[in-house]
Design a protein around this ligand. Structure first.
Ligand code: FES
Ligand code: FES
Length: 135
């Protein structure tokens, strides 16, 4: 993959790779809408220059295997409304360990803002999907 080294990872994903599941909200590291996993860790792709991601594994919402239990749980529990925050929420949630407490889930999502849901349905969805009964 070739791209200008200082181009934002967010723009490389959307414009060079055609992976438009990663969303832009604030564009300055405040909202978490652009969250992707970089070697398994959630990062704001609007703050990461492409050069910094080279040699790392980048996982976007398109890269979650099959239909992830988190996606099903968000649908069932009403964790998505307008959907702008949802890909970032799901990727941040994917990095939360199974069996996490509600406080741990809140902490794991501290960098992700949702203007629609009031968060309760998001937390419920993650508790359900990340319970020890699910993968
Ligand atoms: S768009 Fe990256 S944190 Fe808001
Ligand atoms: S569902 Fe609209 S911002 Fe979260």
């Amino acid at each position: 993959m070739q791209a200008p080294p200082m181009k934002r990872l967010l723009d490389v994903l959307r414009e060079e790779c055609g992976l438009t599941g990663t969303k832009e909200g604030c564009g300055e590291g405040e909202c978490g809408a652009c969250t992707v996993l970089l070697d398994g860790m959630p990062v704001n792709s609007c703050l990461i220059p492409f050069a910094q991601a080279q040699g790392s594994v980048v996982t976007t919402i398109e890269g979650l295997e099959g239909r992830h239990p988190l996606q099903d749980a968000f649908v069932v529990e009403g964790g998505a409304q307008c959907g702008i925050c949802t890909p970032g929420m799901i990727l941040a949630a994917a990095a939360i360990p199974r069996g996490a407490t509600l406080d741990e889930i809140r902490l794991g999502l501290a960098g992700n803002i949702c203007r629609c849901t009031g968060y309760t349905s998001i937390y419920r969805a993650i508790e359900k999907a990340r319970s020890r009964r699910h993968r």
